[in-house]
Write a protein that binds this ligand. Structure first.
Ligand SMILES: [Zn+2]
Length: 469
């Protein structure tokens, strides 16, 4: 739409008496009884006035910007003062506040962990949105169940993030995760499976740890033929080989670090100082492969047995009881697995994970920001902010981390036309912060308002939808 037409519609809306309050949020119903209500369309044109606006390309805040929103998209971004003040009533004053694109969690699940907690995905979606996470990239789940949750999200956009579907976990027999694994033993079985995933609307194919290299290679080829992104949590299919085969992304820092062990049987024998480590890092950069470290899930798993602060972290406080009960139950399994061995060994492993993230970043690798929520100690929504802090602690500047959580994540979803930056024509998925996250990345938690598809929302109202969960 051209500017003139937009202005005309905007003034008409004002004249018609739609949304005359100073704060559009105050005039609109939000949340309510989410499980039965289908929400209305986004409101008439409105503006966020005079915010500092994050530019994902220069990685700085541009001051004094007014963002005009029409329907679910951004209509214009302009310098405040030129025309902003005269456009009248339907304006959210944002002077002194910081506007960033909606955050994307690049690694989330909506059936597998919840299945064990006797929960359904819709129950945790508001926790993401209330914390500024406006989009989820699913990285492996039961597909029909995801589809139902995606439909729920589309029907309840004022309490749910957008959802992009991930495939079942592709591996050999027997599946590592019975509830979401899918066995493909031969490359010739791959085309029909991938075509089937495409017919469900799946956008990310996930190769799992026990996938045979020949099958993995075919998944990449077929996925690309269907325009899908292909990612991998790799173990039996070596990362270097998957990169040669054209994989788009590596999930978990372990999909890099597990190939840099001095003793293949010992997960704590990671050595990032070797030539082999340097070569792999350079190769990942050269092939423009994304790496999604998900440091949160390792932080949550490696230390909870020794450090009560992990289980009692304030971010866990508002989580549903059934989820917390499952996390407590899962403790037994983890104690004999990731959490085994001396604490000092686990601490040193985690430090090396972070060193490796720093190396990848400095080499020019595009880092994604994913969490693995709702795995134990990885609370949906808040964990994305914690992940960003862990990435900053790994040596990434806050501006790079913010750009990764928005622009890189959108690119990994092949959605950069719609998501990931604040620009005319993009979907109006935005987060307005009280404080500058470039000064301290933890300021990303100061969410004042969330905009999802042009709808202006407040965190407390979104969270009302979780009462009784
Ligand atoms: Zn995962």
């Amino acid at each position: 739409m051209n500017r003139r037409k937009f202005l005309l519609q905007f003034s008409n809306a004002c004249l018609a008496g739609i949304g005359l309050s100073q704060d559009p949020c105050a005039a609109r119903p939000v949340a309510g009884e989410p499980r039965t209500r289908i929400t209305t369309e986004p409101s008439a044109p409105w503006a966020i006035r005079d915010a500092a606006c994050f530019d994902v390309h220069t990685k700085v805040f541009v001051p004094h910007r007014t963002i005009w929103i029409e329907g679910e998209r951004i209509a214009a971004v302009e310098e405040t003062g030129r025309a902003g003040a005269r456009r009248g009533k339907r304006v959210l004053e944002a002077k002194g506040k910081f506007l960033i694109p909606g955050l994307i969690d690049a690694h989330a699940h909506l059936t597998t962990v919840l299945y064990q907690a006797a929960m359904t995905g819709d129950e945790i979606l508001p926790f993401f949105l209330a914390n500024g996470v406006t989009t989820l990239r699913n990285t492996g789940d039961n597909v029909p169940a995801q589809k139902v949750i995606q439909r729920y999200s589309e029907n309840h956009p004022d309490i749910c993030p957008r959802i992009f579907l991930g495939s079942f976990l592709i591996g050999s027999a027997p599946p590592i995760h019975q509830d979401i694994g899918w066995t493909l033993s031969k490359p010739e079985d791959v085309p029909a499976f991938v075509a089937h995933m495409a017919s469900w609307g799946v956008t990310t194919l996930k190769i799992y740890a026990n996938c045979l290299p020949a099958v993995g290679r075919k998944v990449i080829e077929e996925g690309h033929r269907h325009g899908m992104g292909v990612t991998g949590h790799l173990s039996s299919y070596p990362a270097s080989q998957a990169i040669d085969d054209g994989i788009d992304c590596l999930e978990h820092i372990q999909s890099v670090s597990d190939f840099l062990r001095s003793d293949p049987r010992n997960r704590h024998s990671l050595d990032v100082t070797t030539d082999a480590a340097q070569r792999l890092v350079e190769k990942i950069a050269r092939h423009k492969v994304f790496v999604d470290p998900t440091l949160m899930v390792f932080w949550g798993t490696l230390f909870f047995a020794d450090d009560p602060q992990v289980i009692n972290h304030p971010d866990n406080a508002g989580m549903p009881k059934r989820l917390l009960d499952f996390w407590a139950k899962d403790r037994v399994l983890r104690l004999s697995n990731y959490s085994s061995g001396p604490l000092s060994a686990r601490q040193s492993t985690f430090r090396r994970y972070q060193e490796l993230v720093g190396m990848l970043h400095r080499a020019g690798v595009r880092i994604l920001v994913g969490t693995d929520a709702p795995q134990p100690q990885v609370p949906p929504g808040l964990s994305l902010h914690h992940e960003m802090k862990l990435l900053v602690d790994s040596g990434m500047p806050p501006g790079e981390v913010l750009a990764a959580a928005t622009w890189n994540n959108a690119k990994a979803l092949r959605q950069e036309e719609n998501l990931g930056s604040i620009a005319p024509g993009k979907l109006a998925d935005l987060v307005l912060l009280e404080a500058n996250p470039l000064e301290n990345i933890e300021n990303s938690r100061t969410v004042h308002r969330v905009v999802r598809g042009g709808r202006l929302l407040t965190p407390s109202q979104i969270l009302k939808a979780t009462s009784g969960v």
